[in-house]
Design a protein around this ligand. Structure first.
Ligand code: WTA
Length: 663
């Protein structure tokens, strides 16, 4: 191929990329929930009025609100504060009262192949019984309950039973370690933990209750025993477990004593709903607090508009585990508030083989499917011949969340899974935002693969420079949210100063999201990844600092540096560089990799396990002694090492580069 030819070809392919766009199909647009761009203008003209209208139309209030937003004490927002509602009633009872009791709420598919369908009437009945059971165990409004469960219907029943009583839940993802679970239990001072014996994962039972036992047995760093009085155990895995007399109770034995009579009481809209922990830039995870009225308003609105939900005919499936915010907002609260029929699948996409997801879509005729780019890329690697064996013609809309979706994965998703016809909504949001903030609206937006595009109606965002000045189109900067929004984080649990410092210190009354972003010539937003020490591995947030402190906590480690290296499939992967203490007998360098990977997994959880651990003699440092993580990231990615002018000496980085590249 001549140079000339190559140049012309690459230029024309670039031009194609730049223009590649997918306008909504006429029939999709005509039937879409939102198909007039007036909505953006209306909402922008009066955001509070817009949200008040959503709150009134989409939810049922025990006591109507007369105040919308209270921003008199920024950054502590209150929405609909003098209104009262019951979240569980909004998700359940009112649908039954509206004659929708026979509609399926969840089609549950267990990993071993067992399945159950649960109607709104049945789910309501089970939640009422569970609420009675929890009440008799002492759960009352204002309490916190920890939930450590597989993805099974009882998990949702437990969550809704807790909130029905006006208490708040803190769901801890089943992949977290005993240490991490205990830290969260301590932080919220939970007196009750709801768990299961175990759940199915990758073809075997993964034990959960034994992890709870381990989490509760020790005195914490403050020398205190756990606050937990009872552990309620759902039978799922059938694995052998110990039951501690007086503390532990089987769910299926206890529940028989309770009937389905339970009247939902209204609670103020700013009553805590849940606390969900997420990694920050310092070692300790932050407890992100969400409340009821504003949260439910925004998750219901976005779920309906962005996914174009037709509750009477759609089958919707969000693949996220409820241990993450996506599972909370778009696997439980948004869809249930909207009366949707959903699929819930317990296991992993590759069990027993990579056809599993597509088989489920075929079986339940899923029409709306919401997953993460990392999963799409894994499926791409396996090849299109797998999904092509299944009938996916029921799909009419696809969604993406968790990290930027690269255009190549976008096209594969669109063409192979969506038969070249389904719109894709690339949704940007965070644990802190509670609900989707930036996304196309499928009946209105001309899609651009790789861009999350525009703020939702009623949401005001900007890309700004370091001083907080908005950048012009064609430029990059930091993403901020300019006005309070209904589902915004209300606080960091127990640490208001950290809430202020993390999100509000940088730009005053604008929320600093921690993401880099670029505006294209049309003003559409393209995300560029985190600008802080947070890594994004398979769409899950991990803290560099937290993993470094766990490594340094190992008796043999003198120093550690962790970086998130770009990875084709998982977005980023965790790469650690450690210096071992000089007494070699503590830990032989050849054992270090295995031992330290396990150490991190034990301390934080398997999701944080480094992909690589390199034992090095010295870490590269600036003259002032700061570790140069940027250079280590280059090395881990096999790139030429960048600017080294600020280094004290370049010996360390040269040696590491040699070691990593293996020559
Ligand atoms: C990233 C997940 C680009 C981002 C809901 C954000 C995204 C972090 C997207 C939040 C997207 C999420 N495009 N980046 N569509 N969605 N992110 O709290 O860096 O687990 O700050 O919430 O994921 O992750 P979290």
């Amino acid at each position: 191929m001549s140079d000339d030819h190559g140049t012309i070809e690459s230029l024309s392919s670039l031009a194609h990329d730049a223009q590649e766009s997918y306008p909504p199909a006429a029939d999709f647009r005509a039937a879409a929930n939102q198909n007039s761009s007036d909505i953006y203008l209306r909402a922008a003209a009066d955001p509070e009025g817009y949200w008040a209208e959503q709150a009134q139309q989409r939810l049922s209030w025990k006591k109507p609100f007369t105040e919308v937003l209270d921003w008199t004490n920024p950054p502590f927002a209150k929405w609909f504060a003098n209104g009262e509602l019951n979240v569980a009633e909004n998700c359940l009872d009112r649908h039954v009262a509206n004659g929708l009791g026979d509609r399926v709420a969840y089609y549950f598919e267990g990993e071993p192949g067992d399945s159950r369908s649960i109607t709104y009437a049945e789910l309501t009945h089970e939640v009422k019984r569970a609420a009675n059971m929890l009440a008799s165990l002492g759960v009352t409004a204002g309490d916190r309950v920890a939930i450590y469960m597989p993805l099974i219907p009882e998990t949702v029943i437990a969550m809704l039973a807790v909130v029905r009583l006006g208490a708040a839940h803190s769901v801890v993802f089943g992949g977290f370690s005993a240490e991490s679970l205990r830290a969260r239990i301590d932080d919220v001072e939970a007196e009750l933990v709801i768990t299961a014996d175990g759940g199915y994962r990758k073809g075997r039972v993964s034990p959960l209750k034994p992890v709870v036992d381990q989490a509760l047995v020790f005195d914490n760093a403050d020398g205190k025993p756990s606050t937990v009085k009872n552990v309620l155990v759902v039978k799922r895995g059938g694995n052998d477990i110990d039951m501690v007399a007086g503390r532990d109770l089987w769910w299926h034995e206890e529940i028989t004593a309770y009937d389905g009579e339970h009247t939902a009481q209204g609670f103020p809209a700013e009553n805590p709903l849940f606390i969900l922990y997420t990694s920050g830039t310092t070692g300790k995870p932050k407890g992100i607090l969400h409340t009821t009225g504003g949260y439910l308003t925004q998750v219901a609105t976005t779920h309906s508009d962005i996914f174009d939900l037709k509750p009477e005919s759609d089958v919707y499936w969000c693949t996220a585990d409820v241990g993450w915010v996506t599972g909370h907002s778009y696997g439980v609260y948004g869809p249930l508030a909207n009366g949707a029929t959903q699929v819930m699948y317990e296991g992993t996409p590759d069990t027993p083989n990579w056809g599993r997801w597509w088989e489920i879509i075929q079986k339940y005729k899923v029409s709306i499917f919401y997953t993460a780019p990392t999963a799409i890329r894994s499926c791409m690697k396996v090849g299109r011949q797998v999904p092509e064996q299944y009938d996916l013609s029921s799909l009419r809309l696809l969604g993406s969340v968790g990290e930027p979706i690269n255009p190549e994965a976008w096209r594969w998703y669109h063409d192979v899974i969506g038969a070249g016809k389904t719109p894709i909504v690339d949704t940007w949001w965070q644990t802190e935002t509670g609900a989707i903030m930036i996304s196309p609206l499928p009946g209105l937006t001309t899609l651009k693969p790789g861009s999350a595009q525009i703020a939702q109606p009623g949401i005001s965002v900007a890309v700004v420079d370091d001083e907080g000045n908005p950048v012009s189109n064609g430029n990059g900067g930091l993403l901020v949210v300019e006005r309070p929004w209904p589902s915004m984080v209300r606080n960091v649990w127990g640490d208001p100063q950290r809430f202020i410092d993390t999100y509000w210190d940088k730009f005053g009354d604008k929320y600093f999201a921690g993401d880099g972003a670029r505006l294209d010539e049309d003003g559409d937003i393209w995300f560029l990844g985190r600008v802080d020490d947070v890594m994004n591995v398979s769409g899950h947030r991990l803290s560099t600092t937290e993993i470094e402190s766990s490594l340094v906590g190992h008796h043999a480690v003198a120093e550690a540096a962790v970086v998130g290296a770009d990875d084709e499939t998982t977005g980023q992967r965790v790469v650690a560089f450690v210096c071992i203490k000089t007494q070699q007998e503590i830990l032989a360098p050849e054992d270090a990799e295995v031992v330290l990977k396990k150490h991190v997994a034990d301390l934080i959880g398997a999701i944080a396990r480094p992909a690589n651990v390199y034992v090095v003699n010295e870490l590269p440092k600036t003259r002032s002694g700061k570790i140069m993580r940027r250079l280590l990231k280059d090395v881990a990615e096999g790139k030429t090492v960048g600017d080294v002018t600020t280094l004290a000496d370049t010996v360390a980085i040269t040696a590491i580069a040699k070691q990593v590249s293996g020559n």
